[in-house]
Ligand binder design. Structure first.
Ligand code: AHR
Length: 311
């Protein structure tokens, strides 16, 4: 162990404070708010000078924020990319000025691997696989036999968690449930409650006989619950629901019997991020992907686990 580098003196030798430019996606979900709080608190704890910018879910805002961090000559840039593509130009500008870039939460697709140092975040493909595996248990518990008609609420179009959760889920479905499971409708709800509610209402119009909802995050699931209730159906019974994240409101809905299972995606990435940022600034080698550890929860665990949820 190289030892903790999140000292309150702000890192090596207690000299000049490390300046970190951080571009956040937005504030679309409970997960995102928890992530923002974690980043801000950990930067403070580490004694860094944090320049925080909220992109309001727009890539062009993130690109401008990164350009402004470059102009301000920050020590390290960290960002959680709204979408996976379209970053090469701005990342090349950072590289030309020798400012290292750390990705957090979400990945990018780039032609040149050297344009970012590392990713601190979850394995979203695995979250999709885990969602399909836990759905098997949910169906068994509910005594559901035969064909399964699935509605999928996707995250933001083009975002890593939306692409990869759909991919992981489909992978298990194609391998183990080719004959019985079918995704009958799938559309983006942009990771928001309002989006989840609106799209689910439309799903119920076109496909009133949906058995299962797989929502890429809790917030869309919670919005969908409102639409399901408005349509006179019981969420968690008439329509079985699996979501991703595990924020407090998700656990509340699960303890009320309205969500059947949650695949955890941990937003508390701040402490690990600050540690990596210091190492990168000090020129130490870091792993290419620092993965987050996560669990899965069934409805019968909700009441017991709820009080200990940290976000
Ligand atoms: O990138 C992580 C995802 O972004 C979370 O699952 C979702 O809630 C958030 O908006």
């Amino acid at each position: 162990d190289e030892g903790s580098s999140t000292s309150s003196s702000g890192g090596s030798g207690g000299g000049k404070k490390l300046t970190l430019g951080f571009s956040q996606v937005g504030s679309e979900s409970g997960w995102r708010s928890a992530n923002t709080d974690s980043v801000k608190a950990s930067a403070k704890e580490a004694g860094y000078n944090l320049k925080f910018s909220d992109a309001q879910q727009k890539q062009e805002n993130q690109i401008s924020a990164i350009r402004s961090f470059i102009a301000q000559k920050v020590d390290v840039i960290a960002f959680s990319p709204v979408v996976v593509t379209g970053w090469d130009a701005v990342l090349k500008e950072a590289k030309a000025k020798k400012i290292p870039v750390v990705l957090t939460d979400r990945s990018v697709e780039t032609s040149d691997e050297s344009l970012y140092v590392t990713l601190v975040g979850s394995d979203f493909t695995d979250e999709g696989r885990r969602a399909a595996k836990i759905l098997e248990k949910v169906l068994e518990k509910a005594g559901h036999k035969g064909a399964v008609k699935i509605a999928q609420l996707e995250g933001t179009t083009g975002a890593a968690p939306a692409i990869e959760r759909a991919k992981g889920f489909k992978e298990v479905m194609d391998a183990d449930h080719k004959d019985d499971w079918k995704i009958v409708v799938s559309q983006t709800g942009d990771f928001t409650r309002a989006g989840g509610k609106q799209v689910m209402a439309a799903f119920l119009q076109s496909n009133p006989d949906i058995d299962v909802l797989f929502a890429h995050n809790d917030d869309m699931g919670i919005g969908a619950i409102q639409a399901i209730e408005a349509a006179g159906k019981k969420p968690g019974k008439d329509i079985l629901i699996v979501t991703v994240d595990g924020v407090k409101d998700g656990f509340v809905a699960m303890s009320e019997g309205k969500i059947n299972a949650i695949v955890e995606c941990n937003p508390l990435l701040g402490p690990q991020l600050m540690e990596v940022v210091q190492k990168v600034k000090d020129g130490e080698t870091v792993e290419r992907w620092i993965k987050t550890e996560e669990s899965d929860f069934m409805q019968d665990q909700a009441k017991e686990v709820l009080p200990s949820r940290k976000y």
